[in-house]
Design a protein around this ligand. Structure first.
Ligand code: PAF
Length: 312
């Protein structure tokens, strides 16, 4: 694996790979099995895999966790290498933003709700850095985890609107064996918060059960999630939303593809999670976020199996 810190060096290192299929896994580091599942997918589909690790200041608000965001480059480098990454790009902030940026990429409307509403400017930061990284790496495929389902929708919209020559590959959420979605921010949780954090997954399963029992009204499904989360004394709801996916338009009933998304604080730690529900031709369906693995009629599967990939 080649470790590269400058844009110039990465561009020249990738020259011999032009013409091959280049896969790109952008990350902010502190790698976990979720990131590594993106690498695994990229390796299956591409000849060359580039990973970036860059904690992007532009996507953090002034009171957010930019300074304390977990970082461990030595460990990340070893993990990337062991998992078959070919190029690891770890630019400095000065390398990515040498002067005060005067160009910002803004994706309208779908950034107004959910995380976009709670974190003003966040998706401008994401869209801008991802545009820059796409211009630097020029990948054929880029791999993103569906835990940030709104981020995937925003990037897909941006790629389509700006005719970027890259295919976005959404990859399913990876969970701990007990259901907690993997996140670099899980490290902030103390033992009790970690225990109570299972309420995110449990509330999504409560919604899923109600949906399986025929409930289609988003207000009633939202209420079921809120009441499940309220059972956890340390949980403070940021939002619980059910929106059409990927437009993120408001809906009163589910009659197509819908995203059940939530963000919950445990003290200062904000965790997000989601599931996709869909009604196709009158049949209910819960998505793994990975269309290639979807099949209708999961009614005989266990609750745990229904929402992603498990890290046992
Ligand atoms: O999902 C992330 O880790 C970040 O938002 C991304 C896509 C690497 C952009 O900084």
């Amino acid at each position: 694996m080649k470790c590269v810190t400058t844009i110039h060096e990465l561009r020249s290192d990738l020259k011999p790979s032009r013409g091959k299929i280049i896969g790109f896994v952008p990350t902010m580091g502190y790698l976990h099995e979720g990131h590594l599942s993106l690498v695994e997918r990229a390796k299956k589909m591409c000849d060359v895999v580039v990973m970036s690790i860059f904690v992007n200041p532009l996507q953090f608000g002034p009171t957010e966790d930019l300074e304390k965001y977990p970082r461990d480059l030595a460990r990340d480098t070893a993990l990337a290498e062991a998992n078959g990454v070919d190029f690891l790009f770890t630019p400095s902030v000065e390398e990515m933003y040498p002067t005060a940026s005067k160009t910002l990429v803004t994706v309208k409307d779908i950034t107004d709700s959910l995380c976009g509403a709670s974190r003003p400017g966040h998706f401008d930061g994401v869209a801008t850095v991802v545009s820059k990284l796409f211009n630097i790496v020029q990948p054929d495929y880029a791999f993103f985890g569906m835990k940030d389902a709104q981020q995937v929708a925003v990037i897909q919209q941006m790629v389509s609107d700006l005719n970027m020559p890259v295919t976005i590959v959404p990859c399913e959420i990876v969970r701990e064996a007990d259901g907690l979605a993997l996140s670099s921010r899980n490290v902030y949780l103390n033992e009790e918060q970690r225990r109570q954090a299972l309420v995110l997954f449990r509330s999504l399963n409560t919604v899923k059960q109600a949906f399986d029992n025929g409930e289609r009204r988003t207000a009633a499904l939202k209420e079921a999630a809120v009441s499940a989360i309220s059972k956890s004394p340390e949980a403070r709801i940021d939002y619980v939303e059910i929106r059409e996916y990927p437009s993120l338009a408001e809906i009163e009933t589910i009659d197509g593809e819908a995203l059940v998304a939530l963000a919950v604080y445990f003290e200062n730690t904000r965790l997000i999670d989601n599931i996709k529900l869909s009604v196709r031709g009158g049949n209910a369906h819960v998505s793994h976020h990975d269309e290639s693995q979807n099949s209708p009629g999961h009614g005989d599967r266990s609750e745990l199996e229904l929402c992603g990939q498990y890290n046992n």
